[in-house]
Design a protein around this ligand. Structure first.
Ligand code: DX5
Ligand code: ZN
Length: 238
């Protein structure tokens, strides 16, 4: 059930392949790639060439989190570069339904992201078409920020909605997930755990990842670990 989505934003870019390998040895199962454009968020990171460079160095799924204006213009390039999942910020999409269709049309798993100030209810109509919903537990733009506990209620509400609506999207959380906060997000119902600083800090990537995962698994409800199916290919696009 639990995936550790390590965010390379906090990694040593001069040794990116080694960092990805170390996080993978520590149990990381998804590579989280934070795409920032300096407009939607006050920071700039990577574009499709970095995704393309990552593609041959790992077998893990590449989870591209687009924190950009006008994502429709860039979705084809990220798909072409090798993204397995693309998530877009609800706040950046005037025609969210169309944008999610566009991602799926490129044979990429579509996800939607909400900022701390955006209510879950903004997503109800599109929940049937997403592979994952990402709840931001910091305001996007930077790694290393403090976890905002308001995310917990949103995660729990999403989990309840999923049952009520008979859906099977996954719930992802991003921002401030570390050894102290990881149990609370897992207990609330998050299964895809994004972590940057907590994984890459102090050059102890493998050990950090292992410790974080251990704490996450310990917090998992017994029923979740019992029915855990370690399928690597992930749910297919609906
Ligand atoms: C923030 C990004 C996050 C970030 C998380 O805008 O979306 O993925 O890398 O970093 P930490 O884990 O350090 O909060
Ligand atoms: Zn992110």
């Amino acid at each position: 059930m639990i995936d550790l989505c390590f965010s390379i934003l906090a990694s040593d870019f001069a040794h990116l392949a080694d960092e990805v390998a170390a996080a993978t040895r520590g149990g990381g199962s998804i590579v989280h790639v934070d795409i920032m454009d300096g407009h939607f968020v006050p920071n700039i990171t990577f574009g499709p060439p970095v995704v393309k460079a990552l593609r041959p160095i790992t077998k893990l799924p590449l989870d591209c989190h687009l924190m950009i204006e006008n994502p429709d213009a860039f979705i084809p390039a990220f798909a072409e570069a090798g993204a397995d999942m693309i998530s877009v910020q609800q706040e950046a999409c005037r025609h969210l339904h169309r944008t999610l269709q566009l991602i799926a049309a490129h044979d990429v798993l579509p996800g939607v992201v909400i900022n701390p100030a955006t209510p879950v209810d903004m997503l109800i109509e599109v929940l049937p078409m997403v592979h994952h919903v990402l709840v931001m537990s910091v305001n996007p733009g930077f790694g290393g920020q403090e976890f905002l506990p308001l995310a917990l209620e949103k995660i729990a509400y999403l989990a309840a909605l999923r049952t009520e609506m008979g859906l099977n999207f996954r719930i992802e959380v991003d921002g401030g997930v570390d050894n102290d906060t990881v149990a609370s997000v897992v207990k609330a119902g998050a299964e895809m755990l994004v972590a940057g600083s907590a994984v890459f800090e102090k050059g102890r990537t493998e050990k950090n990842a292992r410790e974080l995962l251990k704490r996450a698994r310990r917090a998992e409800p017994a029923s979740a670990s019992a029915k855990k199916a370690p399928v690597k290919g992930k749910a297919r696009r609906r």
